[in-house]
Design a protein around this ligand. Structure first.
Ligand code: ATP
Ligand code: CA
Ligand code: CA
Length: 183
């Protein structure tokens, strides 16, 4: 079982954050456009359960390569971060995958689109996101294989957060989708 240990915070300057990340040892990786369709249904209320079910299409802005993935996320596992179970696998054709889901009763909610710059340092991933109609955000994430490892991973994420000049008070536990729906 994979657990996604993640925090999210609003940022003022994309370029400043990217510079600070590189100064603290993060290596710039892919720049991608991610288009997410989340689902709801009569038999499973994802929003009420704090779960998520989505199909993501990704376009790599450097190579032009496209890919897609289907993802389930469980409810948040603590009160301070966005840590949750994550099950994700690639799919061949996002459009067909979405059609299949719609035929069996899953209804799409408004889409979430963002330009995402990935950075990596050891097992930590940093994402600098420009979310359409929302603004700029930073996410710090570690994926661990077992639940016992999530506390240590969160400590490591907090440490990085302090290194780049922020604290847990600066973070939000609200998803991009919920922020967009609240607008
Ligand atoms: P990732 O970290 O996997 O790249 P992301 O950063 O694009 O995802 P997040 O805001 O971290 O997006 O997570 C998306 C969140 O949307 C889910 O974790 C879930 O809590 C929320 N969500 C999913 N479906 C619904 C829904 N129907 N209504 C409200 N919120 C939802
Ligand atoms: Ca996230
Ligand atoms: Ca994540």
């Amino acid at each position: 079982m994979s657990v996604e240990v993640e925090i999210k915070l609003k940022i003022n300057s994309r370029t400043d954050i990217e510079r600070v990340l590189e100064e603290t040892g993060f290596v710039r990786a892919d720049l991608v456009l991610e288009s997410d369709t989340y689902y709801t249904s009569d038999h499973h209320d994802f929003a009420a359960l704090d779960e998520a079910f989505r199909v993501r299409s990704t376009e790599n802005r450097m190579t032009g390569k496209r890919s897609a993935a289907i993802t389930y996320k469980g409810a948040k596992m603590d009160n301070i971060s966005m840590t949750r179970q994550e099950l994700e696998t690639t799919v061949g054709d996002a459009k067909i995958c979405r059609k299949i889901l719609e035929h069996i009763g899953f209804r799409p909610v408004p889409p979430v689109e963002k330009l995402r710059q990935y950075f990596h340092k050891e097992n930590i991933t940093a994402c600098v996101d420009t979310v359409t109609n929302l603004g700029d955000y930073l996410e710090l994430e570690i994926i661990v294989e077992t639940e016992e490892k999530k506390e240590a991973a969160l400590d490591k994420v907090k440490e990085i957060l302090q290194t780049i000049g922020y604290s847990m008070q600066d973070t939000t536990r609200t998803s991009y989708l919920s922020m967009l729906l609240a607008k």
